[in-house]
Design a protein around this ligand. Structure first.
Ligand code: GSH
Length: 207
């Protein structure tokens, strides 16, 4: 199976970390959503990453759908999101907060990196910053016990933290959100995270 996308994408990275955690081997396709836009759309019509190309050529798109498929493959015992109950609901809520933060930080990054200067809209950037900040504060307010099973909520949160620190470090300085610092420390120390560490935040090739 082939994972399409680079690890500066928090969505691609959470799939890569999950593959490592589940012990599923994969190859990589490093095409860029900006530099390889036309070819990317032949894999995902939306021209986005991640995609996971299966052995029969089927391309799964969208990290949530890919992660859901991986959980189904490994079965309920090993699944990274529990199949039912309160723990599942809480995990999905944390993942929604983290991916929401990704989306807001990404919107700011695209505004600053891609949109030509005269067309930038400071009020929009300010709104996205407010949304990302309150999402991070809400993530920080959750309980993250250090001995909790390392499930998808942790993986997704840690990938978000790393992404924010690469793309917009002033939103998440060390010490502002102690619970998130601890989540990041615990996760980033693991081989599954270290084997897919993002390079410096990449400015899109076309920007
Ligand atoms: N909901 C999607 C979001 C994926 C996403 O936003 N990917 C970004 C890279 S991190 C992307 O492809 N951006 C290019 C674009 O949207 O044009 C997922 O979970 O996979």
């Amino acid at each position: 199976m082939i994972l399409v996308g680079q690890y500066d994408s928090p969505y691609t990275r959470r799939v890569a970390v999950s593959l490592h955690m589940l012990g599923i081997a994969f190859e990589r396709d490093m095409r860029s959503v900006f530099g390889d836009f036309d070819s990317m759309r032949s894999t995902n019509p939306l021209g986005r990453v991640p995609s996971l190309i299966l052995g029969d050529g089927t391309a799964l798109i969208d990290s949530s759908a890919i992660l859901d498929w991986l959980d189904e493959q490994v079965g309920a015992e090993r699944a990274l999101v529990l199949p039912v109950g309160l723990a599942r609901r809480q995990a999905l809520q944390r993942m929604a907060l983290a991916t929401g933060v990704n989306d807001k930080v990404m919107a700011i990054a695209y505004e600053q990196l891609i949109r030509p200067g005269p067309y930038r809209w400071p009020d929009w950037v300010a709104r996205c910053r407010t949304q990302a900040t309150s999402g991070l504060a809400a993530m920080n307010a959750q309980s993250w016990p250090a001995d909790a099973r390392l499930c998808q909520a942790w993986i997704t949160a840690a990938c978000t933290i790393r992404y924010v620190r690469l793309a917009m470090p002033d939103l998440l300085p060390e010490g502002r959100y102690p619970a998130l610092d601890a989540v990041s420390r615990r996760c980033e120390a693991l081989p599954a995270f270290q084997s897919c560490y993002p390079a410096d935040y990449a400015v899109p090739k076309s920007a």
